[in-house]
Every structure is written in structure tokens, then in C-alpha cells.
Design a protein around this ligand. Structure first.
Ligand code: SF4
Length: 333
């Protein structure tokens, strides 16, 4: 069960006494966000809007939505980072899953005894890194928790940012990754960024799932798109309009480099980059979107839609250098 740190919300409201507030969170925890909003309204007698649009990460807080509503504070629930606040009265509120990993960690320990592993997880299970480390170490697994960087805490990864995992491999000598949680999305990213065998520990099904092969298939699909895009004549370069995904510099760099390679380029800007929206654009053979890399690697499109690392691979291919290890990076942006 997801437990939201509601006390933090109440304390901040008591201090600032706003006339209205807004709350949002990832789809999986919207029911808890709804409950927290109801409690705010009961306790303080002020409007508490649930912004029910998607919020995929701290790159996508929707503070513009809160501003449009006139809400004086925005509580973004479930995207824990190493800072609690953003400018503009945006508060990041922890939401941890209270499920325990003891059983599945013991299973993993039996499989990995004698191996030096990197222990990583997403925001919802960060508080379990310590307890799982103890279970693994007491059964003879060597555990490295890589250092955080940027917004990441030690041992934490995002869908496109993996510094603790690459740190544990490079400085800690880890030979495999153990990811805490059900998210194949995050675990496969860790596998791709490090090039190491990666195991997801699913506490709900009490199952150790190797995701290395799944990650290899994701990379294969991403690479096929790169080579298909190399044949395109006309490109659309799409800049994301979400607040933390705006990369005009990268978009203009791709435009410049593609034109140098003899391609023609049209510039687009979009909030939600979906197959349906792209299909309504005419005369474009392939796209490079410089917003969230996982839009390209984890979705199906009718035409090649490359992310930033895939776009870099494309430029290499156009120069005749081969695609290279374009996803083996601590940060895909
Ligand atoms: S850019 Fe995409 S993968 Fe990276 S943090 Fe934002 S939503 Fe997650």
C-alpha cells in the first residue's frame, strides 16, 4: 500500500496559509492523492484541486496547471528527489510503498551469493534499500549502493537517469544490478545504461525476474528505428513543452546536423508526443523528439520516432561510424 507523507502537506499549509492548493501524482497513486486532497479540504476548509493530468517525473510537475488554477501551493506526490521544494511553491511529497522485500530478497540472495551487485530502486521503494542490503549481505552477497547525483539520492534511478548504477559498476566493481520493485521500465533502463545482468525483485509476486533479455529487445527495437530513420529524407524535430523536458538547444543541434547531412527538417513543439498526434503531421518521414527518451524506446509508432540518444546514434550512422553503445550512459539526455 502506498503511504503518502500527508503530515508534510499539512505542515506546509499551516505555515503558509494559502487560499487554495493543488495536488498531483503519478497515475498509480492518484487514489491516494485524491484522499490527501479530501483531507486538506476537511482540515483547512480551502479548495484542494487534484490535477489529474499525467505527471511522469520531476520533469513534468505541471506547475503551469497549478498557476492557471490560481493555487498558491502545488504538492507533487511520489517523485522523491534529494530536495523537498522547487521554486514557485512546489513541494515534493514522499509516497512510499509499505510492502516488504524480505522474502524475495532471500530468494535473490540464494541466487547471487558471492556476486558483487549494485542495489538500486525507484522513488517508491527508497526506504527499503537499507533493509534489503542487510538481507543480501547476511547471505553472502556483496552489495554496492551507488552515489546519487543531480536530483538522485544514493541508489535511486529515474527512467532516463542512472548515475548510482553506473557509479556502482565503475567505482564499486558491481557485476550485476538488483532493482527493488515491479517496474520493468526502470529495471530495463538500468540494464541498458550499465550493460550488466539485471534482476528485478518483485515483492508482490515474491519473484526474482531477470530483465536483461527484455532490455536487449528494447535496444534492438530502438536500433532498428535508428537505421530506418537513416533512410528518411524529411525529419520532424519535436521539442517537448513539459517544463523539465524543454530542450531547444538539443533540437536545434539535431536540425543543424541533419541539414549538414542533406536532410530537410521541420521544427515542432508538443506537450504529449503520441502516435496519434504525430500521424496528423504530413510530409515527415521520421521524427527526433528531444523530450522524454522513454517515449521513443517504450512505445510503438507508425514511423521512426527517435529519442535524443537514438538521434545521436543516427548522426553516427549517417557519418558511417555505426550506432555505437548509445544507451550505455548514466543519463539519456
Ligand atoms: S524525462 Fe522521461 S524518463 Fe526522464 S525523468 Fe522525465 S519522465 Fe522519467
Amino acid at each position: 500500500m502506498i503511504v503518502v507523507d500527508e503530515e508534510r502537506i499539512f505542515k506546509a499549509i499551516e505555515e503558509k496559509r494559502p487560499a487554495s492548493v493543488a495536488l498531483n501524482g503519478p497515475d498509480g497513486i492518484l487514489p491516494q492523492v485524491q484522499k490527501a486532497a479530501s483531507r486538506v479540504m476537511e482540515r483547512f476548509g480551502i479548495p484542494a484541486y487534484v490535477i489529474a493530468d499525467a505527471t511522469w517525473g520531476t520533469c513534468d510537475l505541471n506547475s503551469a496547471g497549478a498557476k492557471t488554477l490560481g493555487a498558491e501551493m502545488l504538492f507533487n506526490v511520489g517523485h522523491t528527489i534529494n530536495a523537498g521544494e522547487y521554486p514557485g511553491n512546489v513541494y515534493l511529497v514522499d509516497a512510499f510503498d509499505d510492502v516488504k522485500f524480505d522474502g524475495v530478497a532471500a530468494k535473490a540472495a540464494a541466487m547471487l551469493a558471492g556476486t558483487r551487485i549494485s542495489l538500486v530502486t525507484d522513488s517508491q521503494h527508497l526506504d527499503q534499500v537499507g533493509p534489503v542490503r542487510e538481507v543480501l549481505e547476511s547471505a553472502g552477497v556483496e552489495v554496492v549502493v551507488g552515489g546519487g547525483k543531480g536530483q538522485l539520492n544514493d541508489g535511486q534511478v529515474f527512467g532516463c537517469e542512472f548515475y548510482p548504477a553506473t557509479d556502482a559498476r565503475d567505482s564499486g566493481g558491481a557485476a550485476a544490478n538488483v532493482f527493488l520493485g515491479q517496474s520493468s521500465f526502470h529495471a530495463a533502463g538500468v540494464a541498458l545504461a550499465t550493460g550488466l545482468p539485471t534482476y528485478a525483485l518483485d515483492p508482490y509476486f515474491n519473484e526474482v525476474r531477470e530483465v536483461t533479455e527484455f532490455a536487449r529487445k528494447l535496444r534492438k527495437k530502438a536500433t532498428l528505428a535508428v537505421y530506418k530513420a537513416a533512410e528518411a529524407r524529411t525529419f520532424g524535430v519535436v521539442v517537448g513543452l513539459k517544463e523539465g523536458q524543454l530542450s531547444k538547444t538539443a533540437g536545434l543541434r539535431f536540425k543543424r546536423e541533419l541539414e549538414k547531412a542533406g536532410k530537410s527538417v521541420q521544427l515542432f513543439a508538443m506537450t504529449d508526443i503520441t502516435n496519434e498526434r504525430l500521424r496528423s503531421l504530413r510530409g515527415i518521414d521520421a521524427f527526433i523528439q528531444v523530450a522524454c527518451p522513454r517515449i521513443s524506446t517504450d512505445n510503438r509508432f507508425d514511423m521512426p520516432v527517435l529519442s535524443t540518444p537514438q538521434g545521436n546514434a543516427l548522426l553516427r550512422v549517417l557519418r558511417g561510424e555505426g550506432e555505437g553503445e548509445y544507451l550505455r550512459l548514466p543519463h539519456w539526455l
